[in-house]
Design a protein around this ligand. Structure first.
Ligand SMILES: CC(C)(COP(=O)(O)OP(=O)(O)OC[C@H]1O[C@@H](n2cnc3c(N)ncnc32)[C@H](O)[C@@H]1OP(=O)(O)O)[C@@H](O)C(=O)NCCC(=O)NCCS
Length: 164
């Protein structure tokens, strides 16, 4: 895949959801995709969380969860997932992203983040935040090149804010 892959976002319906779980299992670490539930690996608890989380987000930013997830498609292939969640009154939203390992470092994350920032702007969001670990240089570069201000916190994380 070239550096300038054609990247788009798709809604997470049941078919995409199954494909995302398969991608996560074969090409990502479980902790990059889901909270550390029920011990290591893709156990029942983590798998249930994954399905519940994406289904709850299917109603979109205006829905009860105030959250939406998308599948990231690069050159026609499902590559990962990105999310947006309204916080507080709704002018702030939080984002998070993961790609399959074989899709990383090709500009796909940057393109997907740009598309999500556009979605946020269209939904009236004024600031998008994200949090990552101090050691996650890829995520920090991704966020910085999207215009984020990065602030290290005392707990080993870095918080990022993009003003739209
Ligand atoms: C973080 C992640 C989404 C980045 O996506 P990506 O498609 O690999 O990133 P891109 O190729 O668009 O690169 C974005 C920037 O990060 C840099 N970068 C990418 N991977 C990097 C790495 N491992 N180390 C250092 N820099 C890296 C690129 O050089 C680029 O910098 P530039 O814009 O200054 O040229 C991807 O690596 C991933 O899925 N990681 C696992 C999950 C995760 O950590 N999610 C983030 C939680 S907030």
């Amino acid at each position: 895949m070239s550096r300038s892959a054609d990247v788009s976002l798709v809604d997470v319906d049941e078919t995409v959801l199954e494909q995302l779980l398969a991608l996560a299992k074969r090409d990502a670490s479980p902790d990059e995709v889901a909270p550390p539930l029920g011990g290591p690996g893709w156990n029942l608890e983590r798998t249930a969380w994954f399905f519940n989380y994406h289904r709850a987000a299917a109603q979109g930013l205006g829905g009860e969860a105030g959250e939406k997830t998308w599948g990231i498609v690069a050159d026609g292939t499902l590559a990962g997932s990105i999310r947006l969640r309204r916080l507080g009154g709704g002018v702030v939203a939080e984002t998070g992203i993961w790609l399959g390992r074989s899709f990383r470092s090709r500009g796909i994350g940057s393109a997907a983040l740009r598309l999500v920032l556009k979605e946020a702007r269209n939904a009236g969001v004024a600031r998008v935040t994200a949090r990552t670990l101090v050691g996650n240089l890829g995520a920090q570069r991704l966020l910085a090149s999207a215009g984020a201000t990065l602030t290290p916190d005392d707990d080993g994380t870095v918080s990022a804010v993009v003003v739209l």
